[in-house]
Design a protein around this ligand. Structure first.
Ligand SMILES: [Zn+2]
Length: 75
């Protein structure tokens, strides 16, 4: 196991650099404009504007969910 340092994030909205790690429900918009909520996604929440940035693991979970959704709609 290599101990890689956490990359310094900056918020795309307010350029804030302080975040809280949390597990939360992450709202996503599907290709057809519907909003879905993905449960228990790992994110970093901006201290200033509360913008949610999924972590690497969070992103993977989101893409898995989106793939499942796409399959369901294609059926
Ligand atoms: Zn922010």
């Amino acid at each position: 196991m290599s101990s890689s340092k956490t990359q310094r994030l900056s918020c795309p909205l307010c350029q804030g650099t302080t975040f809280q790690r949390k597990i939360t429900t992450y709202p996503m918009r599907t290709f057809d404009g519907r909003q879905i909520n993905i449960g228990r996604v790992a994110v970093q929440e901006c201290d200033h504007c509360h913008h949610l940035i999924p972590t690497k693991a969070g992103c993977e979970k989101i893409s898995r969910c989106m793939a499942t959704m796409a399959q369901r709609f294609a059926d």
